[in-house]
Design a protein around this ligand. Structure first.
Ligand code: ATP
Length: 272
């Protein structure tokens, strides 16, 4: 595998069932990627195009990367994360070459998901100085996606951003990233699912997951994971002192609930 610090490859061991909530996102992923894979005869019959990419956007920590990884698990695809910001930091010419190499690596390892983190890094509005570099990189990305440069069969392209309004509109035209899908903070049901998911390897007793979910409105998935870790830490610390390894209980969440704050509010305020 030809990888380096700009591209990271992994085999995913999470699945869509691990992802709490996000019903609309799952539906979209199914329509765009999973259903066509499972129903090639229907794809043929309707002449459905399969190669377009998807942009996930929303506040940090709400599971954009997590669900992309889960899709990889579901398809049994290699998961490649690419940092466009890092590519953009290279010299003009170098960046395009690197991007091409990345696509080629992914093409050699299909089925593969190419996940572009921080797609906004090549947004138009952010920096005028870098603009010419960005333009050539955007064009290169479009070429690769249009498959001018190679065969994209078995290649699934997803991108994530916290700044959807910074995305170059050329990238959003049909045939490219033609769907822009919101990934927003989890609702009550999803929060319960996420809390349970993050408690899955921990012995716990009498934890009122429903009540904790009620008290954690506007928490991101990452905030909830952090909350659970904080409660685990309370018990872990105690067990170091007492030598007794008891189960995590509801009271262990009291202090963490006072300390962990929802991180998504700021994003919505800046988005207004
Ligand atoms: P960023 O914009 O900062 O890159 P993101 O939206 O990509 O954030 P993730 O990195 O996917 O967020 O989420 C961070 C962590 O929060 C995940 O690794 C996972 O542990 C947890 N998490 C987030 N959403 C969910 C969810 N729906 N179900 C289960 N866990 C979740």
């Amino acid at each position: 595998l030809n990888t380096d610090d700009i591209i990271e490859a992994e085999d995913s061991s999470i699945y869509l069932d691990d992802v709490g909530g996000m019903h609309q996102v799952k539906k979209r992923l199914n329509l765009t990627f999973l259903a066509p894979l499972k129903n090639p005869e229907l794809v043929k019959k309707y002449g459905k195009k399969t190669s377009s990419g998807l942009i996930l956007y929303g506040p940090p920590g709400c599971g954009k990367t997590f669900i992309a990884r889960a899709l990889a698990g579901e398809i049994g695809a290699k998961f490649f994360t690419v940092s466009l910001a890092d590519i953009l930091d290279m010299y003009i010419g170098e960046s395009e070459k690197k991007l091409h190499e990345i696509f080629e690596t992914a093409r050699r390892n299909t089925p593969a998901i190419l996940f572009f983190d921080e797609l906004d890094a090549i947004g138009q509005k952010r920096s005028n100085l870098k603009n010419s570099g960005m333009r050539t990189l955007v064009n290169q990305l479009l070429n690769e996606m249009d498959s001018v440069e190679g065969n994209n069969e078995g290649l699934f392209i997803l991108a994530a951003t916290n700044l959807p309004w910074d995305i170059d509109s050329a990238l959003k035209r049909p045939g490219r990233f033609d769907r822009v899908v919101p990934v927003f903070p989890p609702d009550q049901e999803a929060r319960e699912h996420i809390l349970r998911y993050h408690l899955r390897d921990t012995p716990f007793e009498d934890v009122d997951v429903e009540a904790i979910a009620k008290q954690t409105e506007q928490f991101s998935g990452a905030d909830l994971a952090h909350l659970v870790q904080s409660a685990i830490e309370v018990v872990f610390e105690e067990s170091l002192e007492t030598g007794e390894a008891r189960a995590v209980s509801n009271t262990d969440f009291e202090q963490p609930l006072k300390e962990v704050k929802p991180s998504t509010r700021q994003w919505f305020e800046s988005a207004r």
